[in-house]
Write a protein that binds this ligand. Structure first.
Ligand code: PEP
Length: 258
């Protein structure tokens, strides 16, 4: 088995939360990040805060991500933002295909793939989300669903610099319920294998995050699983203390994972 060093990434998805006054909480994250080595930290605020947070993070290691983008670079798309605009606002990454967008905005795998390609075009890393619903898991279809989403959402030619995959079982998001470490290991091994067969050696370097009710209390057991290269954190990322406590499970040193 090829062992490729992958630097952990802990990314916070603030969703539709945060006002300009939230810069104080974000600054606490930036301050705390100074004490953490060997892990990348990213916050994905709402688009209204991208410029402000990018300015607050300037000169630090904290990365800024966006939560969605349009596939086109510009045009008559009222209310949408292009990947180029997000890059211009200070983002280095963008989440695409989050389950809330797949369900509320009816985004298909083809839509997600087009957005991931747009991210690449603009020089952003796409964080492509996949994950099964409760019913799909109960029907023993989790692997099949995740495999189909991966195949349809990940663009050809993806490499570690322009792609991160986030496995987020829909039923674990915001519910306080998580899969067992064994279930996480099984799905992440499956995703790793699928990326490898599709993208070759490059697939070994792509980070696979776990997301869904990650908290300081369960971070160690979930994030030290093989092929888990970090976390996508929702609710707990809104509090600097909780987010930093989650990131701190990776300690101070880079390591080989997988
Ligand atoms: C998310 O929505 O990406 C997420 C992981 O949320 P939470 O951590 O709140 O479950």
């Amino acid at each position: 088995m090829v062992r490729v060093p992958r630097r952990p990434l802990v990314a916070g998805n603030w969703k539709m939360n945060g006002l300009r006054s939230s810069t104080a909480e974000f600054s606490r994250i930036v301050e705390g990040a100074r004490k953490l080595a060997g892990v990348d930290l990213m916050i994905c605020p709402p688009a209204t805060l991208l410029v402000l947070f990018a300015a607050a993070a300037k000169g630090t290691s904290v990365l800024i991500g966006a939560q969605d983008c349009h596939a086109e670079p510009s045009g008559s798309f009222t209310g949408d933002l292009s990947a180029e605009m997000l890059k211009d606002a200070g983002a280095s990454a963008v989440i695409v295909g989050h389950s809330e967008r797949r369900s509320s905005h009816h985004e298909t795998d083809a839509d997600v793939r087009a957005k991931a390609l747009a991210a690449r075009r603009a020089g952003l890393c796409a964080i492509v989300c996949v994950g099964e619903t409760r019913a799909e898991r109960e029907e023993q279809r989790a692997l099949a669903v995740v495999g189909t989403q991966l195949d349809g959402s990940v663009p050809d030619g993806a490499i570690a610099e322009n792609l991160v995959v986030a496995y987020e079982p829909v039923w674990a998001i915001g519910s306080g319920v998580t899969p067992t470490p064994t279930d996480v290991a099984d799905i992440h091994a499956f995703i790793r294998q699928r990326l490898g067969s599709r993208l070759g050696e490059e697939g070994q370097g792509i980070r696979i995050l776990y997301g869904g009710s990650v908290k300081p209390s369960n971070a160690k057991e979930l994030l030290h699983v093989a092929n888990v290269d970090g976390a996508l954190v929702g609710g707990a990322s809104l509090k600097a203390d909780e987010f930093l406590a989650i990131a701190s499970v990776y300690g101070r040193q880079s390591r080989n994972i997988g």
